[in-house]
Design a protein around this ligand. Structure first.
Ligand code: ATP
Ligand code: MG
Length: 112
């Protein structure tokens, strides 16, 4: 199993949600977050400009999927969230050792 954590532009959440529903993911977690990437939260960097960091609002989407679904999931998030502009975000993929469904005590893929 894989745990996919995507940081996206807030305005892309609906599109990403629909894309993940389309490919049949069984659940997701969404959190409003703040962050910055290479531009340190600035859209333009001037030489010699004072070094300041601005946290920009982003949305974190987390989804646990089978290993088989991981590539498709990353592609779906990418396709739905891409504008081609800076700040589009990142998708991190982690190996997921286990998951337990609390109500039923199932473990592993059948608990997803
Ligand atoms: N190395 C990182 N570690 C953790 N979070 C990151 C990292 N890089 C980016 N993020 C998160 O992703 C968000 C979007 O990053 P962003 O798309 O601006 O990355 P970037 O590397 O600057 O790419 P781009 O040049 O396309 O803007 C950031 O606001 C931050 O929340
Ligand atoms: Mg950036």
């Amino acid at each position: 199993m894989k745990y996919i954590l995507a940081i996206i532009q807030p305005g892309k959440l609906t599109a990403v949600h629909e894309a993940l529903l389309d490919i049949g993911v069984s659940g997701m977690t969404v959190t409003e977050v703040q962050g910055y990437g290479r531009q340190k939260g600035k859209s333009e960097i001037y030489r010699g400009a004072e070094y300041t960091v601005h946290f920009l609002p982003k949305v974190k989407v987390e989804v646990a999927v089978t290993a088989k679904m991981a590539g498709k999931t990353v592609e779906a998030i990418k396709a739905a969230s891409s504008t081609g502009k800076i700040g589009d975000g990142k998708i991190f993929t982690f190996d997921l050792q286990d998951v337990k469904r609390i109500r039923t005590n199932e473990n592993g893929e059948s608990a997803l």
